[in-house]
Design a protein. Structure first.
Length: 221
């Protein structure tokens, strides 16, 4: 192998190792989260909470996950008045004139967007999602969910429920958001189908995950 061919081969090998290491890090994070979910939902199925709390829990309700997050809700930027004035100028003496008339124009509503309202504790149970902060508290019952979506990086969540007009939600760091997404999905399965269905599926996923662990090619070792 010539000098340039050898150089290219070494550079390709280093790139392959970096790609493998990145894939392995993601796999390990997801696999550890999966094992954590199995532990937490197994405990809940046995009537145990996984997060210490002071909630007024419903019968059969158990805490599953908690983290710090930001609560946001649909709001608007301030409205603006767009227009001018019209009228006449009346002399009142000594060169002073008094303008009378009316404003004409229109009020332009502010742009609708999600507005950060508070930072506090987000807690997930098998029945609902709860936010508690210094200024706001919210809860979203799974039985009343209309829409649930997340951003591409899984950090930001948007929730619509039947008993509330405004869309609201919570936001986390990217890593925390990824973990939350998996716990949230599992909690909604339990709410709809029960623990047995979820735990059976999770254990199958664990077996498959072990088969999918990224492996470095032997020639690169």
């Amino acid at each position: 192998m010539g000098f340039f061919a050898d150089f290219k081969a070494k550079r390709a090998a280093k790139a392959a190792i970096r790609a493998h290491d990145a894939a392995l890090e993601i796999w390990r994070e997801d696999y550890e989260t999966l094992k954590k979910i199995i532990t937490v939902f197994t405990a809940a199925s046995n009537g145990e909470d996984s997060v210490a709390n002071s909630l007024m829990q419903k019968p059969g309700e158990h805490t599953l996950w908690s983290a710090t997050g930001i609560f946001h809700e649909t709001g608007r930027t301030p409205s603006q008045y767009v227009g001018g004035s019209s009228g006449v100028s009346i002399p009142v003496g000594a060169g002073i004139r008094f303008r009378v008339g009316a404003m004409r124009g229109q009020v332009v509503p502010g742009e609708e967007l999600q507005v950060d309202k508070d930072q506090g504790v987000v807690m997930l149970t098998n029945e609902r999602l709860i936010f508690s902060g210094p200024n706001h508290t919210r809860e979203w019952d799974f039985d009343k969910l209309l829409m649930l979506s997340t951003s591409d990086d899984e950090s930001d969540y948007f929730i619509s429920v039947a008993n509330r007009q405004k869309t609201s939600g919570v936001r986390f760091s990217v890593r925390t958001g990824r973990e939350f997404n998996r716990f949230l999905g599992s909690a909604t399965v339990v709410n709809e189908k029960g623990y047995d269905v979820l735990l059976k599926e999770l254990k199958e996923m664990e077996k498959e995950a072990l088969k999918l662990e990224p492996q470095l090619q032997k020639e690169l070792l």
